[in-house]
Design a protein around this ligand. Structure first.
Ligand code: GAP
Length: 453
């Protein structure tokens, strides 16, 4: 029954997100702004679910990780010490003929401005400049003066806010290595080749965790975090065949990394990085110790000192959301009609259940449906929908991925039961009205596997 006949395209996901109010182009009435998006109601609810599931797994259910919320604008010396001022760059080339700008290391993925079937540089008309380095950090000024002395940056990653707080947290949170600090918040990059919807944004929400370990344990923890993060996605129903681990070659690694693996997802644009897990060694704490003059090291009770090594799982909510939406998207024929359905894990789904009076103008049905909705919404995000044909209401809920619908009908008036309809199997069963809340609580705790698997 399940399965899209044609391969999924990014346009299909973009159009669903727009149609159902998950995501809009940012400042659209002014023509938008490249690679920035605004999240609508269902987008916000989905992002909230992803963020809280991550926080639950990374902080709440562990003894060894604490939370932090550092500022977005930090002292600019942070970015000198971290290497971002000098090295957070992409190589750029300009074409003097078509006036377009390309990443020099990704020319094979780009299209010539005049002959889109050719790569930049392939046609005789192309006239490319020599590559030059372009820094991806957004600059701003702090205070009234706009000169070199007031220059500051919007953070391009949340990680540095964690490193510069290492001493505060190590002293005050009463943790000793191995321990981690987790942070969720906006990061900003002036990406040169944006596009592909939520995949590469100029403003995105990162979820990063820096895990500080004794140097001899670094490799073991690196492997541990690759497996732990992979399992998190699979537990939330992402299909195994669409997720893989790819280890970076030494040439590919960032300046700070001694080993990096990407968890890659098979997006409609091909296999791409969903999350990175890096062994950053002692690079960051050493750099900040040197530049700030504050020793960022661990002193054991016996007086021995060392600089902890860092293992970092880092991801953006935006890329996770895009992966879950792509994995969940399905079209199928039900009878004569086609339906679009998002087969999201119930914990990720923006709305957990819909409450539908079959005949809205029937007072008995309307009152019971409203009462059930008011009871359930105190515990879960649920929707009450009484407009339009029941089939159309089901389809609206299918498209936003609502796992269950409770329908109040004729029989409810006689025996105080409702129908529960399952989004994936379309199976229907009857439940006493009085048990619906308990049933939903239990259903949300059940294991869920994608029927597309
Ligand atoms: N602190 C390490 C760091 O920032 P990164 O590989 O540059 O490493 C980590 O980014 C994660 O942040 C990526 O795996 C991806 O999930 C997300 N990310 C990076 N750039 C992004 C962008 N322009 N748009 C959306 N997400 C992005």
């Amino acid at each position: 029954m399940t399965g899209t006949a044609t391969p999924l395209t990014m346009d299909t996901i973009v159009s669903l997100c727009r149609r159902r109010g998950f995501v809009f182009p940012s400042s659209e009435i002014y023509g938008g702004l490249g690679a920035t998006y605004d999240y609508g109601h269902y987008g916000v609810l989905t992002k909230n679910n992803i963020r809280s599931l991550w926080f639950r797994a990374m902080v709440q259910e562990r003894d060894d990780i604490v939370a932090l919320d550092s500022a977005i604008i930090l002292n600019p010396r942070v970015w000198e010490a971290s290497g971002h001022v000098a090295g957070f760059t992409d190589p750029l080339v300009d074409c003097r003929t078509c006036k377009l700008r390309f990443r020099a290391d990704q020319l094979e993925l780009a299209s010539c401005g005049r002959k889109p079937s050719k790569r930049p540089g392939e046609s005789d008309e192309c006239d490319l400049t020599e590559p030059r380095q372009f820094n991806l950090m957004f600059e701003t000024h702090v205070g009234a003066l706009q000169d070199e002395s007031s220059l500051a940056y919007l953070r391009p990653e949340t990680a540095q806010g964690i490193f510069v707080n290492f001493k505060n947290v190590a002293q005050l949170a009463r943790r000793k290595p191995p321990f981690g600090i987790a942070q969720v918040g906006k990061s900003f990059r002036n990406e040169i080749t944006p596009g592909n919807f939520l995949f590469r944004l100029r403003e995105f929400e990162q979820m990063e965790m820096e895990f500080f370990v004794p140097p001899a344990e670094a490799d073991g923890w690196y492997r541990y975090w690759i497996e732990t993060r992979r399992a998190w996605y699979l537990d939330l129903g992402l299909r195994d065949g669409n997720l893989r681990v790819r280890e970076h070659s030494p040439e590919e690694r960032s300046h700070y990394s001694s080993a990096t693996s990407d968890l890659e997802y098979r997006y409609p644009i091909g296999w791409q990085e969903l999350e990175g897990i890096a062994n950053r060694g002692d690079y960051d704490l050493t750099q900040h110790s040197r530049h700030s003059g504050t020793k960022l090291e661990w002193v054991d009770p016996d007086g021995s000192r060392y600089t902890p090594h860092v293992i970092e799982p880092a991801v953006s909510i935006d890329r996770i959301m895009l992966a879950f939406l792509c994995d969940a998207y399905d079209e199928e024929l039900v009878g004569e009609r086609e339906r679009v359905v998002l087969r999201l894990h119930p914990k990720i789904a923006p709305v957990k259940a819909a409450i539908l009076p079959l005949v809205p103008r029937d007072e008995g049905m309307a009152t019971r449906a409203r009462a059930l909705y008011e009871e359930l919404r105190r515990h879960h995000v649920v929707e009450h929908d009484d407009s339009g044909q029941i089939g159309r209401r089901y389809r609206r809920q299918d498209e936003i991925g609502t796992p269950w619908a409770f329908t109040v009908d004729e029989q409810t008036l006689q025996d105080e039961t409702v129908t529960v309809r399952d989004r994936d199997s379309l199976a229907q069963e009857r439940l006493p009205l009085a048990r619906v809340r308990e049933w939903l609580d239990e259903a949300l705790q059940r294991d869920w596997r994608s029927p597309k698997a």
